[in-house]
Design a protein around this ligand. Structure first.
Ligand code: ZN
Length: 159
């Protein structure tokens, strides 16, 4: 161990590595260096928090994740009323039953994708919005990053 940074020995090549990738090979768990772990899906990555305390943005999802606005019914109705269009007329224009449209406006029914697109196009509104990820809950970018490793070490010292 150097300066408190954990160092692991690769179980394949024996090289010391600050980040070990725990992979399962033929039922045995091995911690490997980056080179040896290449192409394998790690079960766990050891030492990563220590090496990369920041810049760990959640992958996946991406900016394309959208969901229906919560007040879709209100938006549809106010857009329709702003255009001075009776529900019946709008329903005819988008080739839907008036009762269906009313139910959507009352938010008793979620429009499917086809209906949503027709409404958006007809009324010139947007019924989908970007999902705001990570807005709820405490921010992880505190001034004192505590990794699992740190927590474990502190716990050990207390005992
Ligand atoms: Zn290796």
């Amino acid at each position: 161990m150097l300066g408190g940074v954990p160092v692991y020995d690769c179980d394949i090549c024996g090289r010391s590595t600050p980040i070990a990738y725990v992979v399962e090979i033929e039922g045995a768990r091995m911690s490997l260096c980056e080179k040896c772990a290449k192409g394998k899906a790690p079960l766990q990555v050891l030492g990563e928090e220590k090496m990369r305390p920041v810049n760990r943005h959640a992958p996946a999802a991406g900016p394309e994740e959208k969901e229906m606005v919560q007040d879709y019914g209100k938006r549809i109705r106010s857009a329709r009323e702003a255009m001075g269009m009776p529900a019946k007329v709008l329903a005819e224009r988008i080739n839907e039953k008036e009762s269906t449209l009313i139910r959507v406006e009352n938010q008793r029914m979620l429009p499917d994708e086809t209906l949503r697109k027709k409404l958006e196009k007809e009324l010139g509104i947007k019924l989908m919005e970007q999902v705001q990820k990570g807005k709820s809950g405490p921010a992880q970018h505190g001034s004192e990053p505590v990794s699992l490793w740190d927590a474990a070490v502190k716990k050990e010292k207390k005992q």
